[in-house]
Design a protein around this ligand. Structure first.
Ligand code: HEM
Ligand code: HEM
Length: 469
C-alpha cells in the first residue's frame, strides 16, 4: 500500500508492483511479435503476386500463411491483450496480482509455445484446419498456458475485497472464459467433415469476437477514461453498459452462422437467416460502444495524446468493420463477396484496424506509467501517419480487388487462377506497397518503445507522464 494525496485527501492506495512487472514483459514481448507478424504478412504478399519465390519449402506461401495467423493470435494480439489484462484487472479490483511467479511462468510458457509453433509450422506439421493449424501437443500446451493465466486473473479477482465492481471487469472475465472454452471445443471434440468445418468457423469467430474484441473493450473501459482524465470509474450509464455487454453475449455465438451463408454451405436456410439477423443485431453493441467512446472523448480534461489518437483511429475502423460485416451478412450480398479478397480485407480491418490500433493505443497509454519515462511524441506521430495511411490503402486495395473479383465471378462463373491473377495483380501489388508502409510503422513502434524503456529514468518526465494518463 502507498500513501497518496488525491483531491486533497490523503488515502491508502494499493501498489501494483507484481502486476506491473508481469505486464512489462508481455508488452515488450508483444511489440516484437507485432513486427514479426507484419514482416510475415509482407513476405506472403510478395509471394502472392509472384514477386518473391525462394523455392525453399519452409518459406512457401502455404507454410507461412498459417504461421502469419498463429503468430497474430499468440505472439501479438494475445500477448498484448494478456499484458493489458494483467495491468487493468488488479487496478479494477484494487488489489495487486495474485502471483508474480505464475505470471512469469505464463510468459515463459507462452514463448516456448510460440517457438514450437514456428518450428512445427515451418517444418510442415499442421492440422490443416484454418486458424487451428497447430498440432495436438501444442494445443495441449496452449490449454496449460491458458489455465495458468486464468488462475492468476480469477484468483486476483476472488481474493480482492472490492465491493464496487468495475464495469470493464465482466468484459475481461467473459473474454478469458471465451478463449479457454472455445479453444477446448475447437481442438478436443473429435468431429469429421461438415461438422468439423462448422467447428473451425465457430472457433475463428469466437476467438476474434469473444476473446480479442470483448477483451479489448474491457481493457478500454479502464484505460480510455483514465487517459481522458475522467477518473478510474468510467462514468458510463449503467443500463447502457449492461445492454452493451449482454447484447454482445447474445449475438456473438449465433452470428457465427454468417460464415456459412454462401449457396453451397451445408446449412438450412432457416439457420442462414438466424446468422443474417443476429449479425445485423451486432450493430446494437457497435452503436453503444462508439457512443461511449465519443462521450469519454467529449468529457475529456486533457488533450488527446498519441494513445488517444490510436484509440480514435481504432474506433473509426471498428465502426467501419461492423457496418461492413453487417452488410456482407445479408445473404444476397454474401454470395458476391464470399471467398474473395473482400473478406481478407474485412479480416485485416477487424484485426489490424480495430484490435491492433486499440492495443497500440493501450501500450502507448501504459508504457510511460510502467517505466517512468515518456516516449518520443514525434516518433509516435510518424507511426500514426504511416500506419493509418499504410493500413487504409491496404484495406481499400483488398476491398476493390474483392469487388472486381466478385463481379467477374458472378458474371462469368469459374475463372482460372491465371485469369484471376492478372485481374487482381494491380490491387495486390498496392497491398504489398502500402502493407510495407504499415510494416515500417511497426518498426518505428518497436524503436520508440525500446528507446523509451532503455532511456535513463528522468523524474520530471515521469511526473508529466502521470498527468497524461
Ligand atoms: C497486425 C497486423 C496483421 C494482422 C492482425 C493480420 C491478419 C491476417 C489474417 C487474420 C489473415 C487471414 C485472412 C483470412 O483468412 O481471411 C491474414 C492473411 C494475410 N495477410 Fe495479414 N495481418 C497483418 C498484417 C499484414 C500485413 C502488413 C500484410 C502485407 C504487407 C499482410 C498480408 C497478408 C496476406 C498476403 C495474407 C494471406 C491472404 C490470402 O490468403 O490470400 N498482413 N492476415
Ligand atoms: C457487426 C460485426 C461483424 C459482422 C456482422 C461480421 C460479419 C462477417 C462475415 C459475414 C464474415 C464472412 C464473410 C464470408 O466468408 O463470406 C466475416 C469474416 C470475418 N470476420 Fe467479421 N464481422 C463483424 C465484426 C468482426 C470483428 C469485430 C472481427 C474481429 C475482431 C471480425 C473478424 C472477421 C474475420 C477474421 C473474418 C474472416 C474469416 C475468414 O477467414 O474467412 N469480424 N465477418
Amino acid at each position: 500500500m502507498a500513501r497518496v494525496a488525491s483531491r486533497g485527501i490523503d488515502t491508502l492506495e494499493p501498489t501494483y508492483q507484481v502486476a506491473d512487472s508481469v505486464t512489462k514483459k508481455f508488452i515488450l514481448g508483444s511489440v516484437v511479435g507485432l513486427v514479426v507478424v507484419t514482416l510475415l504478412g509482407l513476405i506472403l504478399s510478395l509471394e502472392r503476386t509472384g514477386s518473391l519465390n525462394s523455392g525453399f519449402a519452409p518459406l512457401s506461401f502455404l507454410r507461412l500463411r498459417p504461421l502469419h495467423i498463429q503468430a497474430i493470435i499468440f505472439a501479438w494480439l494475445s500477448m498484448a491483450l494478456m499484458g493489458a489484462i494483467y495491468y487493468v484487472v488488479p487496478r479494477m479490483v484494487k488489489r495487486d496480482l495474485l502471483s508474480g511467479a505464475l505470471g512469469n511462468l505464463h510468459f515463459v510458457l507462452q514463448w516456448v509455445g510460440i517457438v514450437l509453433a514456428i518450428v512445427t509450422l515451418l517444418a510442415g506439421y499442421s492440422e490443416g484446419r484454418e486458424y487451428l493449424e497447430l498440432i495436438w501437443p501444442i494445443d495441449v500446451a496452449v490449454v496449460i498456458v491458458w489455465a495458468v493465466f486464468a488462475a492468476n486473473i480469477f484468483g486476483t479477482i476472488l481474493k480482492s475485497k472490492a465491493t464496487d465492481i468495475h464495469p470493464g471487469l465482466k468484459f475481461v472475465s467473459a473474454s478469458i472464459l471465451y478463449l479457454g472454452l472455445n479453444y477446448l471445443m475447437g481442438n478436443f471434440i473429435p468431429l469429421n467433415g461438415i461438422q468439423d468445418d462448422n467447428m473451425i468457423w465457430s472457433w475463428a469467430h469466437n476467438a476474434v469476437n469473444g476473446w480479442f474484441m470483448v477483451g479489448l473493450m474491457g481493457v478500454m473501459y479502464y484505460v480510455v477514461p483514465m487517459l481522458m482524465g475522467v477518473g478510474d470509474r468510467p462514468n458510463v450509464n449503467k443500463t447502457l453498459s449492461t445492454i452493451h455487454f449482454w447484447s454482445l453475449m447474445l449475438f456473438i455465438p449465433p452470428s457465427v452462422l454468417h460464415h456459412l451463408l454462401y449457396d453451397e454451405a451445408p446449412v438450412a436456410v432457416f439457420w442462414k437467416e438466424v446468422g443474417q439477423w443476429t449479425s445485423v443485431g451486432m450493430l446494437i453493441p457497435t452503436g453503444i460502444w462508439v457512443y461511449m467512446f465519443y462521450n469519454w472523448v467529449r468529457m475529456r480534461n486533457r488533450p488527446l495524446n498519441a494513445a488517444g489518437h490510436f484509440f480514435f483511429a481504432s474506433i473509426v475502423f471498428y465502426a467501419l468493420n461492423c457496418v461492413q460485416g453487417a452488410t456482407q451478412s445479408v445473404i444476397a450480398i454474401n454470395q458476391a463477396v464470399h471467398q474473395t479478397q473482400w473478406v481478407i480485407g474485412h479480416a485485416h480491418l477487424a484485426l489490424v484496424g480495430w484490435i491492433s490500433f486499440g492495443l497500440i493505443g493501450t501500450i502507448y497509454a501504459v508504457v510511460p506509467l510502467l517505466f517512468g519515462r515518456e516516449y518520443s511524441k514525434s516518433l509516435a506521430g510518424w507511426q500514426l501517419g504511416t500506419s493509418v495511411v499504410g493500413f487504409t490503402v491496404m484495406w481499400l486495395a483488398l476491398s476493390m480487388a474483392g469487388v472486381v473479383e466478385g463481379g467477374t465471378l458472378q458474371e462469368q462463373g469459374y475463372l482460372s487462377y491465371y485469369t484471376l491473377k492478372s485481374t487482381l495483380d494491380p490491387y495486390l501489388q498496392a497491398r504489398t506497397i502500402f502493407g510495407a508502409l504499415f510494416t515500417v510503422s511497426t518498426v518505428i513502434f518497436l524503436w520508440n518503445v525500446y528507446r523509451t524503456v532503455l532511456a535513463p529514468a528522468r523524474e520530471p518526465l515521469y511526473a508529466e507522464a502521470k498527468r497524461i494518463v
